[in-house]
Design a protein around this ligand. Sequence first.
Ligand code: G4P
Length: 533
Amino acid sequence: MNSGPSSSHSPADVRAQAARRRTFAVISHPDSGKSTLTEALALHARAIGMAGAVHGKAGRRATVSDWMTMEQERGISITSAALQFEYRDCVFNLLDTPGHADFSEDTYRVLSAVDSAVMLVDAAKGLEAQTMKLFEVCAHRGVPIITVINKWDRPGMEPLALMDEIQERTGMLPTPLTWPVGQSGDFRGVLDRLTGEYTKYTRTDGGANLAGEETFAPETAAELEGEAWTTAVDESDLLDMEDQNHEEATYLEGRSTPVLFASAVLNFGVHKILDTLVDFAPAAEARPDAAGEPRPVDAPFSGFVFKVQAGMDSNHRDRLAYVRVCSGVFERGMVVTHAATGKPFATKYAQQVFGRDREVIDEAFPGDVVGLVNASALRVGDSLYIERKVEFPSIPTFSPEHFMVIRAKDSSKYKQFRRGIQQLDHEGVIQVLRSDLRGDQAPVLGAVGPMQFEVVEDRMNNEFNAPSTLERLNFSLARRTVAEDVPTLARERSVEVLSRSDGELLALFSDRWRLQGVERAHPELTLEPLVVS
Ligand code: G4P
């Protein structure tokens, strides 16, 4: 029997709650200041779910998402979760995108659960590799992006040069909402391009507290800042002439990106980021199902699993499934239907999760993220619903860039080995690739980030009791191909074709040059990029 939401919340209630939600992720390259910004956002807002640093680096203060022992040893975050906070009349859900050099497929998957993204750019470095990869996933999914130029307190690039770079590399038109007063390294404040006013920032001790902010009329700004103000006004006028002004429709379509300037570490410009999300970012809205039919937010409860996490607690190896609520009200204890099997799933142990601080939650609305415990039946991409059936589109598998062969150390443990590989494949921890040539005893594992292999090794050892060895393969690129092209590809030097468990045939190449060589020699072959390559 299902317990519906109708008892305590009217459809109008649910619509109002959905309209208050801003569910987003920060996409950035490591060291751009994502953790610093997350802390600053939570400080300005009222954090509902957590406290402390978002991820810990060696010597930093206690971490909240250091679930696995491995994570603790390395002092970095390899898992994703959600932080919830309130600001003005909105409820924000900030989904964590592990952005370290060892990021994984989960980082990409998180982007299937957000309604918008904040692209954080280091003023001195411009658009870096990982930012571009995450940008591509957002662009592919049509996720609207707000750009924040961070570290303006440090010497960096010219602001107009940064705008050119954004436009050239992303194709989005940058439409700054604020423009810096003072060059990078001399951050005095910002010109608000919508009102023409000047917001002056003042440092506070240690930057740990809220920054001082004062707003002045343009005339006063000119007196206060002299040439720095005039330069800002002139540059803003140049943007005007190029029509680089915010437009809601093009932002929502991903054709333009509002830009803000900030210093996360000094808390400069952080308010403005929150205000921009409240004023312009999309709320939780009707999600299209697999057939393209939108499920209204006030329909009975539905959601989908965008991440499955295991082994967070070595005492009892629970499996946690993160569900993004798409419609209706999630109420703890309700029995939902698992669309893939049609079986009921009891949600007795629903939690709102951010790292170590798990809190039991009682209800959640569209846009919110719920962690379901004991979720061994749930896989990434699975839909859950009550009353009216729905299946949301599956989450794509991303292009692996790292490949290893895995073998059981002890052949008498082969049964455990096979079960472990199958389970990790189902959970989407790793992509499992096979060929007749290699046989079942030594499948190839493909990953977006190398740390996924460490997770596999750890879990094969400790959870499945199947100690395994992993051996690196010299491939870094995968392309989708078709059966009739396999014989030609098989004759090529250092190219291998393997079949993924979802039935796709992947041709692996050592590098871009090898791929280009094969494409030149055999232009007739089907070699299509997978999502994000
Ligand atoms: P990440 O999560 O994107 O990897 O970046 P994180 O916040 O850890 O920031 C990376 C480094 O950049 C940190 O310095 C942080 O203090 C610094 N940083 C972040 N935002 C700003 C900013 O607006 N201005 C300046 N000048 N620096 C900023 P660190 O030396 O690596 O660590 P810590 O010793 O400061 O903690």
